[in-house]
Ligand binder design. Structure first.
Ligand SMILES: Cc1cc2nc3c(=O)[nH]c(=O)nc-3n(C[C@H](O)[C@H](O)[C@H](O)COP(=O)(O)O)c2cc1C
Length: 207
């Protein structure tokens, strides 16, 4: 599947099975490639990834379940959240996206004065690029994925469980696996008219 096809096909797939279309090594290579090729401001490379598969993946969702139940109480937990979290736990794996705060601080210290207040923003942008790389990359491998945000609620327990450096801050959790049989994505929601979002000047082509 070419890049353009993968971007067209990528969707938020939340009904996932604990199956993979490719060996674990291929998934690890995809993450390595994301880390080695995704751009970052001043080449600061502040994004970190953790891949959780099998029991480790399930442990993440058990930690998340405990944290959510304690926060929202039994009634809200039973009213949909429990099933949603169980659905994520049923998937094949989760990629955790992190920012290395020491790295971002260093970028701020070394950046020219006019850029110093931009470095947090740029780190987020680069982290998001890694997320999109992985999402499209998984799609190209025939895997479905969705993006979740239970940080910072789960940060401390997750760091404890996998001995993650204290200066890493969790930014997102990407759940992935093979789309459950019969899963049909809803058509994409109406996007805003392109002319509101794209301005082209100086092109010869008629748009
Ligand atoms: C920055 C960002 C945050 C998102 N957060 C969540 C989230 O917390 N939970 C979730 O289920 N989907 C989340 N999504 C997925 C969006 O809801 C989804 O991408 C959007 O509705 C378009 O649907 P599509 O992914 O199928 O194209 C997020 C997407 C982005 C880019």
């Amino acid at each position: 599947m070419c890049f353009s096809e993968a971007t067209q096909n990528r969707r938020s797939i939340r009904a996932l099975d604990s199956k993979t279309t490719v060996p674990e090594e291929t998934l690890i290579k995809l993450a390595e490639s994301a880390l080695l090729t995704t751009p970052s401001a001043f080449n600061s490379q502040s994004t970190r990834l953790t891949i959780l598969i099998g029991e480790d993946h399930q442990k993440l969702w058990s930690i998340t379940a405990d944290a959510l139940l304690a926060k929202i109480g039994q009634d809200r937990w039973n009213g949909g959240t429990k099933d949603r979290i169980a659905g994520y736990s049923d998937a094949y794996g989760t990629i955790l996206f992190w920012d290395d705060l020491s790295c971002i601080k260093r970028m701020g210290e070394n950046a020219p004065d006019i850029y110093k207040d931009k470095t947090d923003e740029w780190a987020q942008q680069s982290n998001g690029m890694h997320q999109y790389y992985m999402w499209v990359g998984l799609e190209a491998l025939g895997m479905g994925a969705n993006l979740q945000h239970y940080n910072p609620l789960i940060d401390d327990e997750v760091k404890k469980a996998w001995n993650i450096p204290s200066n890493w801050a969790l930014t997102a959790q990407m759940v992935f696996g093979v789309a459950k049989e019969g899963t049909i994505s809803e058509p994409r929601q109406q996007k805003l008219p392109l002319e509101q979002r794209l301005l082209v000047f100086g092109a010869c082509a008629k748009i």
